[in-house]
Write a protein that binds this ligand. Sequence first.
Ligand SMILES: C[S@@+](CC[C@H](N)C(=O)[O-])C[C@H]1O[C@@H](n2cnc3c(N)ncnc32)[C@H](O)[C@@H]1O
Length: 210
Amino acid sequence: MIEEWSEPAHASWYLSIADRFPHRKEGEAVVLEQIPHDVGRVLDLGTGDGRLLALILSVRPGACGVALDGSEPMLKAAKERFRDQGGVDVVAHDLTRPLPDLGTFDAVVSSFAIHHLEHDRKRQLYAEIFDVLQPGGVFCNLEHVSSPTPQLHARWRRALGIDKEQEDASNRCLDVGTQLDWLRQIGYRDVDCYWKWMEMALLCGLRAGS
Ligand SMILES: C[S@@+](CC[C@H](N)C(=O)[O-])C[C@H]1O[C@@H](n2cnc3c(N)ncnc32)[C@H](O)[C@@H]1O
């Protein structure tokens, strides 16, 4: 677990700016479009305060979910968010380690979390996600990806209004193409980048139905 995220000040800083990322809500809206109307179980990896899972449950009220994170302050915030909501388990887990046994899921989602893992662990995790998806299940990773050129990365920083020193040191961003190739190699179907704005991209794939 990257230590940064265990610090309450870092978690609070992120939560205070989470709404300020330009176009974020567009990406989240495209995630919601991918979630089947009859979805049952949803797993949110690196859930933070449960933002994405809560959005999904607001439009799929019949669903239940697991909100997983490795940061104590984030887990506390997620428990607070879901305190009065049945059907959500908040689970502590460090994603640098293999996924724990949580059963199977109709959808696995993640937003702006997996890019904190080293690249080889990202790939392993994508394979573990495939294994826990039900046939017909969907994986949606709304992710911070790398820019193809330093110039475009500088434009991203300008769009966010931050300089080099203010970049999150826990970022391990990777390009879209490599990650889509991995998903295809693992066996996901209909793999594509379903939405993108600068360094924010929605990478999705399905597990074929039985
Ligand atoms: C940028 S925040 C995103 C939170 C939330 N998904 C959202 O969209 O608002 C990144 C999240 O990934 C979690 N995270 C980072 N590294 C992790 C790890 N190794 N294991 C579990 N969670 C991790 C952090 O604790 C944090 O909640």
